[in-house]
Design a protein around this ligand. Structure first.
Ligand SMILES: [Zn+2]
Length: 124
């Protein structure tokens, strides 16, 4: 459901913009999703396609770029990615982010939380 509610927010923002700018058709949309948003790009893509039906974005191509995380551990100074290769692990321990080196949860998240509409191509 997380994916759906985020998709709804994205679709709302896009369609509102399109309306304000009197866009006839949205040709493509570029999104950036941080891996720490825990969003599934395929699900987002699916829901956006659904939500765009019968709107000016109906035929829009949806491009989703995944942004990998960078964290800094406040304890051991580790700086780098979160090594989230094992997805099942990732889902089970959902809110618990730990330093891959010392296991501390005292982390500063530098990137990976993005959920951005980076670009929209339209025709007016
Ligand atoms: Zn650490």
């Amino acid at each position: 459901m997380h994916d759906l509610s985020v998709s709804q927010a994205i679709a709302r923002t896009i369609l509102k913009q399109a309306k304000e700018k009197r866009v006839r058709e949205i040709l493509s949309v570029n999104l950036e999703l941080g891996e720490l948003t825990f969003l599934n790009p395929e699900q987002i893509h699916f829901w956006l396609k659904e939500l765009f039906k019968d709107t000016p974005a109906q035929g829009a191509k949806i491009y989703i770029k995944k942004i990998f995380s960078r964290i800094k551990c406040k304890k051991c100074e580790y700086e780098g990615s979160m090594s989230l290769r094992d997805d099942s692990f990732f889902h089970i321990y959902f809110p618990l982010l730990r330093c891959p080196r010392c296991n501390s949860t005292s982390l500063e998240i530098k990137t990976g939380r993005e959920c951005l509409i980076r670009r929209m191509k339209v025709s007016t």
